[in-house]
Design a binder for this molecule. Structure first.
Ligand code: GLU
Length: 267
């Protein structure tokens, strides 16, 4: 099977040097393997995503010299596929409707960035079968108890995540009637034939969740390659505060694509 990768920006803001580093690794791995690379715009959440950011992301990628094959895929246009997967998971007994709010869940572990959904709030997936659609409720995937999910990462080597300790039942669909990130990514990776996922190391735990989803949907998981996260001069992750390290800003300051990609821009 020939290599097929993807670059998957979320258009909630401007791309920064962390994205540039990850996306150039994804691009290089695909091209080195003589394979293809797709562009997928992860614009599922209409409250947080803006079409202008998708447009600038594409301009930034082109400026960096990171091309892609075929037309970009927009998640906002693929709802029918996610709905079908929801139905499949509902019928196979993997999902349950969840009435707990994010606030209630985080109040159990106020200092935890990603609190684990407590097992005593679980519902029986049998309940799900009477629902014809996911609208109006949160839906969770019931993870098996005390199971170690192991995978080989092309960069970090052997990784293990334990259910109940590292992650719990996770969202598949939210009450605003938006498919959750984990579901959409897995459905798209399966349907577009992705053979290797290259992305940031902040998603290592998501990978364990996504392996469970691939299995539940009867698909073989792809290979994984997680890139180290780029930090600013103070050692903080660039995820939330990009502090002038956006690709657009550096470009306007006269930096070249090579300088942005080498991380020289950080100095
Ligand atoms: N859209 C995600 C991000 O911008 C990447 C998701 C993925 O690669 O699976 O961090």
């Amino acid at each position: 099977m020939s290599y097929r990768g993807r670059i998957a920006p979320t258009p909630t803001g401007l791309l920064h040097i962390g994205h540039a580093a990850t996306f150039s690794t994804a691009h290089r791995r695909a091209r080195d393997a003589g394979g293809e690379i797709l562009l997928r715009i992860e614009d599922l959440d209409p409250h947080r995503c803006q079409p202008e950011f998708a447009t600038t992301a594409m301009e930034d990628l082109k400026w960096l010299g990171l091309d892609w094959d075929g037309e970009p895929v927009f998640q906002s246009q693929r709802r029918a596929h996610y709905l079908k997967a929801w139905e499949c998971l509902r019928d196979a007994g993997f999902l349950y409707p969840c009435h707990r709010s994010r606030k209630e869940i985080s109040s159990l572990a106020p200092h935890c960035e990603e609190p684990i959904f407590p097992s005593h709030w679980r519902r029986d997936p049998e309940e799900a079968k009477s629902f014809a659609s996911p609208a109006g409720l949160n839906w969770r995937f019931r993870v098996p108890d005390g199971e170690t999910i192991s995978f080989r990462d092309g960069n970090f080597g052997a990784v293990e995540k334990l259910t109940g300790r590292d992650f719990g039942d996770f969202l598949i669909w939210n009450r605003d009637d938006i498919p959750a990130y984990e579901l959409a990514v897995v459905v798209d990776d399966i349907l577009t034939g992705i053979t290797e996922v290259v992305r940031g190391a902040d998603l290592l735990t998501s990978t364990a969740r996504q392996i469970l989803l691939h299995q539940a949907l009867g698909a073989k998981p792809p290979e994984w390659f997680h890139c180290p996260l780029v930090c600013d001069a103070q050692g903080n992750r660039l995820a939330k505060r990009t502090g002038g390290l956006e690709i657009q800003t550096l470009r306007n300051q006269g930096q070249t694509p090579a300088q942005v990609l080498s991380g020289e821009a950080r100095l």
